[in-house]
Design a protein around this ligand. Sequence first.
Ligand SMILES: Cc1ncc(COP(=O)(O)O)c(C=O)c1O
Length: 442
Amino acid sequence: MSAASVLREQILSLVRQYHEAQFPVRPFAPGHDLAHYAGRVFDAEELCHLVDSSLDFFLTANRYAERFEAEFSDYLGLSDALLVNSGSSANLVAVTSLTSPKLGERRLKPGDEVLTVAAGFPTTLAPILQNSLVPVFVDVNLGDYTADPNRLADAIGPKTRAIVMAHTLGVPFDLDAVGELAKKHDLWLIEDNCDALGSRYRDRLTGTFGHLGTMSFYPAHHITMGEGGCVVTNDERLARIARSFRDWGRDCYCAGGESNTCGTRFSQQFGTLPHGFDHKYVYSHVGYNLKVTDMQAAIGCAQLQKLDTFIARRRANFDWLLNALRPYEDRLLLPRATPHSAPSWFGFAITVRDGAGFTRAELVRFLEANRIETRSLFAGNLLRHPAFTGIPHRVVGGLANTDTVMHQTFFVGVYPGLDRARLEHMASAFARFMRGERAGGL
Ligand SMILES: Cc1ncc(COP(=O)(O)O)c(C=O)c1O
């Protein structure tokens, strides 16, 4: 072994000791410690991967990024997984890819319509607008918070070319109905799978149904790299286009360190460039640089080993909470899966029913006072936010439920960091609130 290898082993062994000293498992102190809605769950492996990668000092995407992309595409059973620096970037790359001139007549053009929902996260919608496409909004169901499939059919018009929607909080939208619509009307389908890694529909993983799927690896999500995301597809042509938009818009698709993968680096003709202009510096798209570092990918490799355990823990926590909160179903609309789906839950969504005798604000205030984190269902109704009030769009069939989500819905966590003590603390706070206890001013 070289001196450097021996030192690396010693460093990694110290990192394991450091992990034990710095991040010991401490018993939960109810009312003092936060019951988070989400968070990083990791052990010494993630720290070792991070340090190992930093010692390579390659910095940009390298061996860990390659490994993650290979293992993740295998996990999903798809041809390609392209790492990017966030779920938002994944959505930007996915939507923008569909505008590529390389798609000929099928490409999305300014003014084309895209079906989506307004009850969601802003960066599912933003790339539609950033590409001068026109979103068409339909309402969501209360309880599963996914698009009402009947409304989607009504919303299709002569300019509709794509569907871009999220599996909200891990709940798969009706992929039978959406798939049929996409086929019948020749629509592109992008699944924003940022909140749903591990969810299944008819036993197949979500994110693998659409032409493109997207993932987020922000700490609140099923696995994390700190910041990170992924675009996945089973279409090699789309993968090459997506890679181009991610990598400055370049035409070349050589992996890092390679120089002449196509074998025609100096013998092609592009536009009015001189014949044989270096393919490495030919640009076929107006692109971005949205790549990850190898340190992020290294953390992701360690997290991927834990994914199945994380999914199982999320499901078990969800079931436990559902059982604990069933007695209050007359006042709280509890979350439910869509037919044929097995969600890998992101959170536990609750809508305070009309006539419950209390408001969402009172319940949320009480939970927060008891150190239980809550979140709104992201933007509630995106169309009511300053950024989106003036956008060109259509609404089909009204957004009454979306407004209900904005006023009456919130969610608490189910993430693997919630152990039985934390869940019991959450259940006890709900029970006390239902018996009439209230929080002081917050
Ligand atoms: C549905 C959905 N899409 C996209 C994103 C954006 O992911 P990121 O925070 O990694 O940019 C999020 C973030 O939580 C999300 O919930």
